[in-house]
Design a protein around this ligand. Sequence first.
Ligand SMILES: *[C@@H]1O[C@H](CO)[C@@H](O)[C@H](O)[C@H]1NC(C)=O
Length: 200
Amino acid sequence: MEYKFGIQVFILLFWRSALDALVSGNDGGWSQNSEYSLTDEGPCNIDIWDKASLSHRQFIQQYAYSKPVILKGFSDNTKFQFLCSKSSLLQEYGERMVRLSTANTYSYRKVDVRFEEFVDLLLRPQSLDTLGSDTLYFFGDNNFTEWHSLFENYKAPRYMLPHTTGAYSFGIAGPGTGVPFHWHGPGYSEIIYGRKVNNT
Ligand SMILES: *[C@@H]1O[C@H](CO)[C@@H](O)[C@H](O)[C@H]1NC(C)=O
């Protein structure tokens, strides 16, 4: 049996201070006009490895089937990041339709809108009292024919699981948003711009 092996590619528009943006220099144009502030969610206790020090065998034995791990510098997605800047994505895909879904666990309401409309009107910070069922989220549901020219530039992490194939899920979300509790098999999540808090 073949298991699907998910890779999420995510642009998260978590707010960063002006200083933060100056220091790291590159937000792809995504954090403009956001007055939203996120507080840090506490320390991160997940193991972190860089390419030079974690072998594939170690990865399989210690992490692949048992616990989360953060891999640093395993692939260079500079070009993909460039292609994911706000202006580049709008220019290339602004007129295309994207399928949004609500952020509640079971009853996903699906809505199709132009990508440009999603970015200009719906991509907003979410306040704590907004219901997931009222929030439209671009989270997967990608048309791989239309987005192929972007996805073919993504370099997936090299450490795969035996007998698996990959499946991409590409999304963009506003500050303070998140999807609810959900299930899937093993997967990677890579943040192209912004920050993401993972609660596992
Ligand atoms: C994906 O895009 C192609 C090309 O525009 C279109 O023909 C096809 O119907 C789309 N698929 C879905 C599931 O919307």
